[in-house]
Design a protein around this ligand. Structure first.
Ligand code: UDP
Ligand code: MG
Length: 338
């Protein structure tokens, strides 16, 4: 067990304890969320080792074990035992990708922090290009996918629609076709640590904090091994979080739907009155009533649902629970080798 309280580490505490230890801040921190990745870890380690060896910068790697049920944690611990620059923070259960990223960024000590997937879809080599941009003075360098290999047409299509929709309705400009693979300067990391909302859409939050942002382009390879840890259910939840955490636009749909329903209602009323007075006197009410009732209730149900999403989120936020619970931490505070 770690000495640190098992709650999301407050920013100041992390920073101070580090400086008090007199440790030298590494140039680069890599943050990798890991959820059932036993098949990729050996290859991941090979690639990281080669990459960091060639890079020749002081670096640490922060693995966040997001409640893996396979041998991932064991394997990571074996790596950490050999390399003091590999840190592990292990959750008490699966908290999800976005919170895993959060925990890693909360603990990363590097001057530049890069978040990347553990399945090698975010090639470590791209980090070199990111560092170049960072040295030019950019605070955020996000990786934009040129190509998506080995992903289903469905996933590609939904991703394309989602990012464009998001840009259209969300006030902040979230780069199209960028995932969570990005470099952040320490300034941005500290800003991000101050945002403690429960429903997190990290790429949107990074766009929101501002500073100088730019992109590097890369070919996104297929997942090295195993299956996606983002089934449709998680993708939908993620999409809803993305929209609701940055915009109340969906709530405005109520106003528009209500206005439209009002006009239709007035029109229908006038028509009904006209039929009554001048018409042939047929009792044709059934159809009209059915249409009015079903249209009206559909609109109301939709809006109740949308309201519910926001009320639910408000509820989650007011509970002020810690974002994630840590069961174990390994190697934090040890200086990296180089
Ligand atoms: N991941 C995680 N917790 C989860 C789901 C995924 O930490 O609940 C990690 C996973 O191990 C990987 C990254 O998040 O390192 C991205 O997941 P994945 O590759 O499955 O998503 P995709 O690339 O298919 O969108
Ligand atoms: Mg992946």
């Amino acid at each position: 067990m770690s000495e640190r309280a098992p709650v999301s580490a407050p920013v100041e505490v992390t920073q101070q304890s580090f400086e008090d230890r007199g440790a030298r801040r590494p140039t680069l921190s890599l943050v990798l969320p890991v959820f059932n990745e036993e098949e990729t870890i050996p290859e991941l380690e090979r690639r990281l080792k080669t990459f960091l060896g060639e890079l020749g910068e002081t670096a640490e790697v922060v693995f966040v074990n997001d409640g893996s049920k396979d041998r991932s944690l064991e394997m990571l611990k074996a790596l950490a035992a050999e390399n003091p620059g590999y840190r592990i923070v292990s959750f008490s259960r699966n908290f999800g990708h976005q919170l895993a990223i959060t925990a890693g960024v909360d603990r990363a000590e590097g001057e530049a922090v890069v978040v990347m997937d553990a399945d090698l879809q975010d090639p470590p080599e791209v980090v070199r290009d990111m560092l170049v941009k960072w040295r030019e003075g950019f605070d955020v360098v996000y990786g934009v996918r040129k190509q998506r290999e080995g992903e289903t047409v469905f996933k590609r299509f939904t991703a394309a629609v989602f990012y464009r929709l998001l840009r259209a309705i969300v006030g902040v400009s979230i780069p199209v076709d960028a995932g969570d693979f990005r470099l952040m300067s320490r300034k941005v990391v500290l800003a991000l640590r101050a945002l403690r909302e429960t429903h997190r859409f990290v790429r949107g939050m990074v766009a929101w904090v501002g500073f100088r942002q730019t992109a590097v382009y890369y070919e996104r390879p297929a997942r090295f091994a195993g299956e996606t840890k983002y089934p449709l259910r998680k993708m939908i939840r993620f999409a809803i979080d993305g929209i609701t955490s940055f915009s109340v636009m969906p709530l405005r749909i109520a106003t528009w739907l209500g206005t439209a329903a009002g006009f239709i209602g007035v029109g229908a009323g006038l028509w009904a009155a006209y039929e009554k007075v001048f018409g042939s006197g047929t009792v044709a009410g059934w159809t009209t009533i059915m249409i009015a009732v079903s249209l009206g209730s559909a609109a109301q149900l939709l809006m109740t649902g949308i309201l519910g999403e926001y009320v639910g989120r408000t509820y989650e936020e007011v509970k002020r629970r810690p974002l994630y619970l840590v069961s174990e931490e390994v190697n934090f505070g040890r200086p990296p080798e180089r």
